[in-house]
Design a protein around this ligand. Structure first.
Ligand code: KG4
Length: 354
C-alpha cells in the first residue's frame, strides 16, 4: 500500500522539465533551438547564400527565404533534440532589432505556434541575447560562465557597444558607435577592395598572412566610451584611391597587408575604449559577443589583455558569435523562470535599445 502511494506521488509530483523553443530571424539567418532546463539540445541555422551576389543583405529576399526555411528549421531542431511539440513549455522569439520583413516571419511563426499549443510566448531582445550567449550550456560541456557584473563588448554588423551586464535582464550601455558599426566598416572596406560578402571572415583570413603595421589609417577622437568607424572607412578608401593612381594593381598585390592593417586598426579602436571602461568601472571580467567576436585579431587582443591587465575573459564558441537561436532560447529560459511572458499582440521592432 505504502509503495503504491509512493508511486502515485512520484508520478504526480515528478518535476516537469522546462523546454524552450527559440526562434531567430532578425537578419539573414533562420534559426531554431531547443533548450531543456538551461541545457542546449539542438541549434539549427539556415544561412542565405542568395545575398552574396548582391554584396549585402537584400531585405525582401531575406524575408522570403525565412518563409521558406522556418518550418523545416523548427522541424529539424525538434527532431535533433528528440522533443515532441507537446513537451514545449514556451516559445521565445527575437522581437528586434533587425530587418522588419525578416523579424515578422519569426514573430508570426512563434505567435501561431504558441497559440496552437496554448503555451506562453517570450519576447527576446536580440542584443541582450548576444550577451547571454555566454550562458549557453551544452550537454557535455562545462564552459566557465561570467559572474555578474561583467563588461561585454558587443560587436556585430549593426552594433558596437560596451555593455555593463548587471544581471540576466539588467544591462546598461556605457558606450556605442555614433555612426557605423565595426562589422559594417570591415564589410564596406572589403567591398571597396572587391572582396566577397560578408567581408569579416575574408579580411580575417587575409590578415593572418599580412603585416598589421604596413599601413596606418585614421583613428577617431570620440569622447567618453563611444565609438566611430565611418572616418576609418573614408581613410581606407582615400588611401586606396591614392595608391591605385600610382600602382593600378595595388590592391591585388597588397591585399594581405591591407587586411592585416585594417583589422589591427579596428581592434585597437575597440580595445582602447574597452580598457577605459574596465578601468573606470573597476570591472575585470570582460566578455565579447556578436559576429565580429569571431575575429582572430580581436580574440588574440582579448588574450593579451587578460595576461597584461589580469582580465578574466569570456570568448564565445564560433557557433555562438553570429546570429543563432541557441542564444534566444537560453534568454527565453531565464525569462521563463521569472514568468516574464508577453502578449500575443506584441509587435516586432526594427530598432530597440537594451
Ligand atoms: O552578429 P552578426 O552575425 O549579425 C549582425 O550584424 O547582427 O554579425 C555579422 C558581422 C558582419 O559584419 C561580418 O562581417 C562580421 O560579423 N564577422 C567578422 C568575422 N566573422 C563575421 N568580422 C571580422 N572577423 C570575422 N572572422
Amino acid at each position: 500500500m505504502n509503495r503504491l502511494y509512493h508511486y502515485f506521488c512520484t508520478v504526480k509530483y515528478k518535476k516537469m522539465s522546462t523546454i524552450i523553443l527559440g526562434i531567430e530571424s532578425s537578419c539573414d539567418d533562420t534559426s531554431a533551438a531547443i533548450v531543456e532546463d538551461g541545457v542546449l539540445l539542438s541549434n539549427i541555422i539556415a544561412g542565405q547564400a542568395i545575398h552574396k551576389s548582391y554584396g549585402g543583405v537584400v531585405p525582401e529576399l531575406a524575408s522570403r527565404a525565412h518563409q521558406q526555411n522556418i518550418v523545416p528549421v523548427v522541424h529539424e531542431a525538434l527532431k535533433q533534440a528528440g522533443v515532441s511539440k507537446d513537451k514545449i513549455s514556451a516559445v521565445a522569439f527575437t522581437r528586434g532589432p533587425g530587418l522588419m520583413g525578416s523579424l515578422l516571419v519569426g514573430v508570426s511563426f512563434a505567435k501561431g505556434f504558441a497559440r496552437a499549443l496554448n503555451i506562453p510566448l517570450i519576447d527576446v531582445n536580440h542584443l541582450k541575447a548576444h550577451v547571454l550567449a555566454h550562458f549557453i550550456k551544452e550537454k557535455d560541456g562545462n564552459t566557465e560562465q561570467p559572474e555578474f557584473p561583467f563588461l561585454c563588448l558587443l560587436v556585430s554588423g549593426g552594433n558596437s557597444q560596451i555593455i555593463w551586464v548587471k544581471s540576466y535582464d539588467e544591462m546598461e550601455v556605457l558606450g556605442q558607435t555614433i555612426d557605423d558599426a565595426a562589422g559594417e566598416a570591415i564589410d564596406k572596406c572589403s567591398k571597396v577592395m572587391g572582396l566577397g560578402y560578408p567581408g569579416g571572415p575574408i579580411i580575417d583570413r587575409l590578415a593572418r598572412q599580412g603585416n598589421p603595421n604596413a599601413y596606418t589609417f585614421n583613428k577617431p577622437h570620440i569622447p567618453e566610451l563611444n565609438y566611430s568607424f565611418s572616418g576609418l572607412k573614408t581613410s581606407f578608401l582615400y588611401s586606396l584611391r591614392d595608391r591605385i593612381k600610382e600602382e593600378p594593381d595595388f590592391i591585388e598585390h597588397h591585399k594581405e597587408d591591407l587586411a592585416a592593417s585594417l583589422e589591427a586598426t579596428v581592434v585597437e579602436i575597440l580595445m582602447d575604449k574597452l580598457r577605459k571602461a574596465a578601468k573606470q568601472y573597476k570591472i575585470n571580467q570582460v566578455a565579447v559577443a556578436g559576429g565580429v567576436s569571431a575575429n582572430t585579431g580581436l580574440r588574440n587582443a582579448f588574450r593579451e589583455h587578460s595576461e597584461k591587465y589580469g582580465w578574466k575573459i569570456f570568448i564565445p564558441k564560433f557557433g555562438y558569435t553570429t546570429d543563432n537561436a541557441a542564444m534566444i532560447a537560453i534568454t527565453g529560459y531565464f525569462k521563463y523562470l521569472n514568468k516574464d511572458f508577453c502578449s500575443i499582440d506584441l509587435p516586432a521592432y526594427s530598432r530597440v535599445i537594451l
